[in-house]
Write a protein that binds this ligand. Structure first.
Ligand code: ZN
Ligand code: ZN
Length: 409
């Protein structure tokens, strides 16, 4: 296993954020996973990293904070924290986030505190977030198991067994086998994604129509100059990086006011430390006008009303049902993995790279091109084995994009 762990750490550092000689690396990681952060730091220094700056997180302490901290704590982000993130972002440092959390860690905490905390982060960390959404600096997200998470995924196993199984599932998802060839496999994977991206971009679609037996019947119009992307991104300094590992999706942005119909989630969603399940949205002219959930409805309603843009959409992503992560037949209870097992949408902020020249545009220009702006971005899964997506071109031609859950292109 040690070989595999080292290969995974190397992959996140050398391919994920693609650390360059003399560049700083900011790592955020739960304290329980410190040993893995050390492997990443070691890999970074070996690749010529200038300095590794650590931001430790702790699930339990975070819960304690929401339960017991003074009330005004949630209304602003301290200056030092804003400076830490924005200063390193401005100099083009790389940001690596290592996730690993109990999916239900914040269950039962005061919803109002969570909402206020999201709003103040959205407001005070706006510059940092905008730089991230327009790829100003390289960033990557990976995850490693912690016992509470592993037990949620494998409730019938002992803790030890569950941890082993979750490690297996994660390493399979990120194509790490311990043979040292993960980087090569990723290159081949990126090439495969690029072929589909090129095909979709060549179609210049006007809209997409989704239907399946869950009851989804949704039309999504796309901006005139939308671009499909996926796999890797390019930072302002011209360095390729992979923001999500794993990644199986090809994505673009919808036209903010161009979505109409009903969409049903096909999998549960972990939303800020709580599970939301069996939900659907009714959407009119881009806006979510009805939210229904059998589990966690209040949580979902709070998130879709965080700000004006939270009730509009920011991402349309295609993932074949027959994909390496889906084929493991697991519910990961972690969006990083679950969103790469199914077609998904996101409400909230759109990525600037989804418009031609978008990364150089101001917020106002992006809005004028039909892109949504919000302090949140929440992916939720809609893909099923019987999902059909039909594209429509500007001259009215219909093109099957997905048939029975898989690419028809
Ligand atoms: Zn996505
Ligand atoms: Zn997303």
């Amino acid at each position: 296993m040690q070989k595999k762990f080292e290969e995974y750490a190397k992959l996140l550092v050398e391919v994920g954020v693609n650390i360059q000689k003399g560049q700083n690396l900011v790592i955020s990681c739960p304290v329980d996973c410190a040993w893995f952060a050390r492997l990443c730091a070691k890999a970074a220094y070996e690749a010529g990293c200038r300095e590794v700056i650590m931001g430790w997180g702790d699930d339990q302490l975070n819960r304690e904070k929401y339960l017991h901290a003074a009330d005004d704590v949630f209304d602003f982000v301290p200056e030092w924290r804003i400076r830490l993130l924005t200063d390193y972002a401005k100099e083009g440092a790389a940001f690596l986030h290592i996730g690993g959390s109990d999916p239900e860690i914040l269950k039962g905490v005061d919803q109002d505190r969570l909402v206020r905390s999201s709003r103040s982060s959205g407001r005070d960390l706006k510059d940092y977030r905008q730089m991230q959404m327009s790829n100003a600096f390289p960033w990557a997200i990976g995850a490693i198991p912690v016992p509470s998470w592993a037990k949620k995924v494998f409730p019938d196993c002992s803790e030890e067994e569950a941890m082993e199984k979750l490690w297996d599932a994660i390493l399979t998802s990120v194509r790490v086998t311990g043979d040292g060839k993960a980087v090569q496999r990723w290159q081949e994977h990126l090439d495969t994604l690029q072929i589909r991206i090129d095909k979709l971009n060549a179609l210049r679609l006007e809209s997409l129509h989704y239907t399946n037996s869950l009851g989804t019947d949704l039309t999504i119009r796309l901006p005139e100059d939308h671009l499909w992307g996926g796999g890797d991104g390019v930072s302002k300094a011209g360095v390729h990086f992979i923001a999500n590992m794993p990644t199986e999706e090809i994505f673009t942005a919808p036209l903010k006011n161009g979505i109409d119909g009903v969409v049903y989630a096909s999998m549960p969603l972990v939303l800020k430390g709580e599970v939301v399940d069996k939900f659907h949205f009714v959407i009119k002219e881009g806006k979510i006008v009805e939210v229904h959930a059998q589990v966690g409805e209040e949580k979902l309603k709070a998130e879709t009303t965080l700000d004006e843009g939270a009730s509009y959409f920011g991402e349309v992503a295609l993932v074949p049902y027959d994909s390496p992560i889906r084929n493991q037949n697991l519910l990961f209870y972690e969006t990083l993995f679950d969103e790469n097992a199914a077609c998904h949408l996101a409400f909230g902020e759109a990525y600037a790279e989804c418009i031609k020249g978008g990364e150089e545009m101001s917020k106002e220009e992006l809005k004028a091109h039909g892109l949504n702006d919000s302090i949140t971005h929440v992916d939720f899964m809609v893909g099923t084995a019987d999902l059909s997506i039909t594209g429509r071109t500007h001259d009215g031609k219909e093109v099957p994009i997905f048939v029975n859950g898989n690419f028809a292109l």
